[in-house]
Write a protein that binds this ligand. Sequence first.
Ligand code: BG6
Length: 465
Amino acid sequence: MELKFQENFLWGAATSGPQTEGRFKKQHDNVFDYDFDHYQERFWGGIGPDTASNFFNDFREDIKLMKAAGLKSIRTSIQWSRLIDDLEKNTVNEKAVDFYNAVINEFIAQGIRPMINLNHFDLPVELLKTYGGWESPHVVDLYAGFAAKCFAEFSDRVSDWFTFNEPMVVVECAYLLGFHYPDIVDGKKAVQVAYHLQLASSLAIEQYRKINKNPEGRIGIILNLTPSYPAAEKIEDLKAAEMADLWQNRLFLDASIKGEFPEELVSLLQEENVLWQSEAEDLKRIKENKVDLLGVNYYHPSRVQEPEYSSDSLAQDWRPDKYYASFNKRGVRMNADRGWEIHPQTIYEIAKRIQEDYGNISWFISENGMGVENEEHFKDEEGQIQDDYRIIFTTEHLFWLHKAIQEGSNCFGYHVWTPIDCWSWRNSYKNRYGLISLNIHTQVKTLKKSAYWYKNLTDSSLLQV
Ligand code: BG6
């Protein structure tokens, strides 16, 4: 069977500055640079952000490879820690401006539409040390200033902007689960950080509307959506699933698209005495600065049930997961390397949900992909990685996305994670996601089988299933 996507469907791939550029000539360290310098052992293979695909130096060659892999658009990010010289005075570094200008111009010259994100977890570490990072309203203001500089420098050529990638990952990994520096486990702080990230996003949008130079321009946010399925059809588990959804998905979805946090969540946080500190004026700015578009990163759903422990045991130590417990369902398909369930149909359910609950917001799949260990084992005699598993994974997700679009979903595109194997936070190079493989010792980059497959798909917009 052959499925046809609309002619102007936006095909592409996503990556980020901190995961690809390398630390060359940066003005500041971000939290991951600092974490690696102090706690190398936390990183897979002891490999840190210095070991990148060297996009900073090799971007012209990399962009040629991306073109060969069929990309018509790309999302990457501008690093605050590279662009800004003086973080307080918000002065730009001219060499960094030249670098990002050259990158944007090269993408355009190669016929790849650049979509720019302003934050991919990469807070300059001084702002954490001095102010407590996203716990501080001052950092929110500094971020809005940085965003303003980006719009002033680059919005004449870039028409798609994003304020954040996966703010919930910052909240959860850095303030609840101990996966990202500063590894704080504190529910109340997590709630405040969530609020500040939303406010920062809205203030960046406010700046954008004043500064944008591009009549076609639009701005949005990228959210990781993890639909929650209850363990059993019983009221306790259904409630647990609702709570997980409220916290993990609706917090940023509602605030970004509708301009208001979900009432149920606000009341609950109020009852628990952990509601964020907010100013009426700021809530008004959140209301007034909604997104124009939404990026959805989808990898896997979550399976939840009623927590076994009583809520009393956590009364002193509020955590959102006191309302739900995650579990691994037996018998489901797993990507065992990454430990994530594979459930392509969820992408259809996300599309339906957006259509039903968020009207006609323009949206796209901004990340979807399969991370695999030891891919060199799949090399053929010519040295090409035969990643059929990735082709199957992508085909299945696109099948369900196509079905949703046929049924009226306002989805305009699809981005795979990621063009070239890249460094990842603490997992480093454990799981490779690229259409193009990277040898981190020699810097040799080679198209995988999936890259040729993706080019056929993106040239024709025809999916063979
Ligand atoms: C997304 C992030 O959550 O998942 C990426 O936006 C990340 O930055 C990707 O690399 C894959 O996750 P991981 O942890 O396997 O690298």
